[in-house]
Design a protein around this ligand. Structure first.
Ligand code: ADP
Ligand code: ZN
Length: 597
């Protein structure tokens, strides 16, 4: 009975035929007044988990959300689906706040978005207590935990809410949380006997690719032109300077690229954000400052030119691709300098030793993902404690890595580290191995060592790669983080005394091409898809909203597949509810009719 009604809401408001993942179970848990934690991958549909109970129940639902731009997006999305909602935040004028409060008091709206600091400010808290609050949903809930990778101070006090609103249900939502973080979320929010729902972390529509850095710009350009010529994507870089350089270079190569980083003026940032939201075929080059506000579901690729600092960060950043479920790519290049740079940043930070230890552990795991010769997805999922089979949709599955016995070379490298006194970095150790005549080598008298020149048969690239793989499997350690000097450990001794062999990835010679189909190939009406996309853009411009607010790519593809001829058939299209049928049905049906005739 209740389930039928919930399903009816899902269809009428959102146009979805069925709940997916644990949506229904989560909604029922919330309606049964249980404390609930929902862990669902990005794009899994977390909003439905609190919006449907909000629409079903009496009373008001508070959604705690960290970012103003996200709130605005959500409110706009709901309004397109014919549901009134509002937000309370620091950027509103006094009058706007009063107006929102009035709508809440009159019962006109049932969902209010509010930031954590806004929620806990005395003024709002007093006001909200006057309302009948049925549900408090906390989005991005990993921010309450220090174990989460994005701890936010303003989330810490959310635990006080349980006392303030004793009769409300509590729902914590997040896309990334390992076991420790999950337990901590429950504790911080003072939940009791909570129901925990962990949906699969797998994002099957994302193809993972990780390559060694050679010429990153050339590699990136080739990747985009090869697979995502007409798509929108994000390119992440570590530093602001690099963001600006890469943006310029991409422009020169003919891409429509825009920069985004925290050092830009807010007007500049807004401009980039707007381009990204409102246009097709745009590339935003950014630091991680470009993140939480992104709600665009049809981002077709996320590229990393620098290594993220943890698997959680990598998963979250790449998760911004393909939220609509359509084929997308997560692509990255990495090199040894990345690990060094990040290690240095951790080491030189003011953080506690405990924190540094966690941070290094997380970085090591990230590096192992890069160096693994087995399925990348399998490694990612196992990091989140989820078992899976090899995926056949990542570079290592599609182009298996060949391994070669590199024990002898590994021994040469270890000896060079040992003979030079375990106090030099990678560059010098390799120079000695290759018999370089540079000043440093000669000054130190390292041209007299027995290891001098014993590795001159291989190039620098080979030795760096071998060293990186030895580091990733802890056959070498960093002795001094400041000078990045290398040293030996127990494991190195095992190799040196030939008690173990070392196999390394064979260098790839050819870069794989065309690993994925263009998404419009899933039906035979690519031409219609383009027409619908143009129509969507025109309507979006007219209404001054992003195209995806009108309809997502998935919905357009579904139209191409179903080819609806009238309104009742149009309702069959996934993502079409009553409200959107009335608003846009005629125009899209007309376009389809023209095409079919
Ligand atoms: P997130 O979990 O990242 O917050 P959203 O709530 O923004 O995800 O939803 C992501 C996309 O999935 C949206 O386009 C939404 O319309 C779609 N979606 C959510 N639930 C369903 C469902 N049951 N069936 C089909 N699509 C759904
Ligand atoms: Zn795989």
């Amino acid at each position: 009975m209740r389930q039928t009604e919930l399903k009816k809401i899902l269809k009428e408001v959102y146009g979805h035929d069925d709940f997916r993942f644990d949506q229904l179970a989560i909604i029922e848990s919330v309606l049964d007044k249980k404390d609930t934690i929902a862990i669902m991958p990005t794009g899994g549909g977390k909003s439905v988990c609190y919006q449907v109970p909000a629409l079903y129940s009496k009373g008001v639902t508070i959604v705690v959300s960290p970012l103003i731009s996200l709130m605005e997006d959500q409110v706009r999305n709901l309004s397109e689906n014919g549901i009134a909602s509002c937000y309370l935040n620091s950027e509103q004028s006094y009058e706007q706040k009063q107006e929102a409060k009035q709508m809440l008091l009159s019962g006109e709206v049932k969902i209010v978005y509010i930031s954590p600091e806004g929620l806990l400010s005395a003024g709002s808290l007093g006001f909200l207590q006057e309302l009948d609050i049925s549900l408090i949903a906390i989005d991005e809930a990993h921010c309450v935990s220090q174990w989460g990778h994005e701890f936010r101070n303003d989330y810490r006090r959310l635990g006080e809410l349980k006392e303030t609103f004793p009769s409300a249900s509590f729902l914590a939502l997040t896309a990334t949380a390992d076991h420790k973080t999950r337990v901590d979320i429950a504790r911080q929010l003072k939940m009791q006997n909570e129901n925990m729902f962990v949906s699969s972390f797998d994002r099957p529509n994302i193809t993972y690719e990780i390559h060694e850095r050679e010429d990153e710009l050339k590699q990136l350009d080739a990747f985009i032109k090869d697979k995502h010529q007409y798509d929108t994507g994000i390119v992440y870089c570590l530093s602001r300077k690099k963001v600006e350089r890469i943006t310029d270079e991409l422009k020169k190569l003919g891409h429509d690229a825009y920069a985004y980083h925290a050092g830009m003026s807010s007007a500049q940032k807004k401009k980039t954000q707007k381009k990204f939201n409102m246009h097709e075929n745009v590339i935003v080059v950014a630091t991680i400052a470009f993140g939480m506000g992104i709600d665009r579901p049809d981002v077709r690729f996320v590229a990393h030119l620098d290594l993220p600092k943890s698997i959680e960060a990598y998963y979250q950043e790449t998760g911004r691709a393909g939220r609509d479920g359509e084929k997308s790519s997560a692509w990255m290049v990495y090199g040894l300098q990345d690990t060094m740079k990040l290690s240095m940043m951790i080491e030189s930070s003011e953080a506690s030793e405990e924190y540094k230890k966690i941070a290094k552990f997380k970085l090591d795991a990230m590096l192992s993902l890069c160096e693994t010769s087995s399925c990348r997805r399998q490694y990612l999922l196992s990091y989140f404690e989820q078992k899976s089979e090899a995926c056949n949709n990542c570079d290592t599955c599609l182009y298996p890595v060949e391994k070669v016995d590199a024990t002898v070379d590994a021994q040469k490298l270890l000896s060079s580290i040992f003979r030079t006194g375990q106090s030099f970095g990678a560059g010098h150790v390799i120079d000695v191995l290759r018999g370089s005549k540079n000043n440093k080598v000669l000054q130190k008298g390292h041209d007299k060592l027995s290891v001098y020149g014993i590795g001159s048969d291989k190039d620098k690239k080979y030795w760096s790669s071998l060293l990186r793989q030895l580091l990733s499997e802890s056959f070498v350690q960093i002795n001094n983080w400041e000078y990045r000097s290398l040293g030996l450990n127990e494991k190195s001794k095992i190799l040196l005394t030939k008690q173990d062999n070392f196999f390394m990835r064979k260098q790839k010679v050819v870069v794989p091409k065309k690993t994925m189909k263009n998404i419009s190939e899933s039906h035979e009406h690519g031409e219609l898809f383009e027409k619908l996309r143009t129509l969507r853009m025109e309507i979006a411009k007219e209404h001054q909203v992003p195209p995806y607010i009108i309809f997502g790519d998935k919905t357009l593809h579904d139209m191409c597949q179903i080819l609806p001829r009238d309104k009742s058939e149009f309702l069959l299209v996934s993502g079409v509810g009553q409200s959107k049928l009335e608003r846009y049905g005629d125009e899209f049906l007309n376009e389809i009719r023209l095409y079919l005739d």
